[in-house]
Write a protein that binds this ligand. Structure first.
Ligand code: CTP
Ligand code: MG
Length: 335
């Protein structure tokens, strides 16, 4: 690994700039799809306010963070301000209402870590998960969307990384690999680390956005339209960044000692976070700090088996980016 770490990027990397951009373009959802998502949200809003007049619905996750693929499900958060509600009761009530309104496959999963109701809208064909009062997810969705507006290379890189992860079967938290959310944070961290940097660290700048949710203070600089030129001094194209991303996770990241942290724009030590040993099911074999819930390691789902799978996939990808004649095809070959 140490030898590989020194390997400079292949000299012909920019030949693949065009092909990787085409992959990116092919993964963008259409306007038509976004219209359908809005339609479904309107239907749900009408239904919900009949029962809870002050309630509001927020989109979060990939349909709102600008990292969504075509045909993704939508994630919706129902906000009910009343402090005394029982989330499970609300979800069961909601499930009944949805069923009466002819939505299909309605299912209340009240015992999940994040309790939700699932449904499918037969008119638009869109599936949807609804949770209650999960505002941290709404705010971290905004953070991702704001980062995406600073430099288009974040979306290009993250779409390619998500597509790679889905093709290679390493985007399955129930099997011990990482969530899409974790991969996007890895991309943001990586672009904060480039020299010159492609992205700033918004949580280290003068805060212009403030929210306190579930006892967590969330604040950061969100006037991102003022940062559109931030990455201009870095001229790296998408192919080069994809190469460097996989090179970093294959050969350069210190899995034993380091935590990546978008919040601080750098790495932290596992020791400082007390993430050095297994506690319960949290093994901390790859550490990704949540930008707001800082005690939350998004790598905690990774176990001693899946860490090997992940690292072998990073090495495979790095190898392809370095040597393959058609990396823009080989990278995404199904496993
Ligand atoms: N989320 C979170 N904490 C996690 C996982 C997810 O807060 N450990 C929230 C984030 O707001 C994230 C949303 O749930 O944006 C959806 O997560 P995920 O399904 O991983 O990402 P998507 O962007 O929806 O990706 P996909 O296209 O794979 O559905
Ligand atoms: Mg999702």
């Amino acid at each position: 690994r140490n030898l590989k770490r020194q390997t400079p990027c292949r000299s012909d990397i920019d030949r693949f700039h065009g092909p990787f951009l085409e992959v990116f373009e092919s993964l963008m959802p259409s306007e038509e799809e976004k219209v359908k998502q809005k339609q479904l949200l309107t239907v749900l809003e009408k239904l919900v306010t009949k029962e809870w007049p002050d309630a509001r619905l927020y989109l979060y996750g990939s349909c709102a963070n600008s990292f969504g693929f075509p045909k993704s499900d939508i994630d919706v958060c129902l906000l009910i301000e009343d402090g005394n509600i029982d989330k499970r009761e609300i979800l069961l009530k909601l499930a009944d209402m949805l069923q009466l309104d002819n939505l299909q496959n309605v299912q209340a999963l009240v015992h999940a870590r994040v309790p939700i109701v699932k449904l499918m809208d037969p008119i638009t064909g869109i599936s949807c998960d609804i949770c209650v009062n999960n505002l941290l997810a709404v705010v971290n969705t905004k953070l991702l969307r704001d980062y995406a507006q600073i430099d288009v290379r974040l979306r290009q890189l993250a779409f390619i990384v998500k597509h790679w992860a889905k093709s290679r079967g390493v985007n399955e938290t129930f099997q011990g690999t990482l969530s899409s959310y974790a991969y996007v944070l890895m991309c943001i961290h990586f672009l904060q680390q480039r020299r010159p940097a492609v992205l700033p660290c918004l949580q280290r700048m003068r805060a212009t956005y403030f929210a306190t949710l579930e006892n967590v203070e969330c604040s950061y600089f969100d006037q991102v339209e003022k940062l559109r030129n931030f990455g201009a001094r870095n001229g790296e194209g998408v192919a080069h960044l994809v190469w460097a991303f996989f090179h970093y996770w294959a050969y350069c990241h210190d899995y034993t000692n380091d935590v990546i942290s978008v919040r601080t724009g750098s790495t932290l030590s596992k020791r400082a976070k007390d993430w050095t040993r297994r506690v319960g099911n949290d093994r901390h074999l790859i550490c990704i700090e949540d930008p707001f819930e800082v005690s939350h390691d998004l790598g905690r789902v990774v176990d001693k088996y899946s860490i090997r799978v992940l690292r072998e996939e990073f090495e495979r990808a790095a190898e392809i980016m370095q040597n393959d004649p058609n990396p823009f095809l080989t990278l995404f070959e199904p496993y």
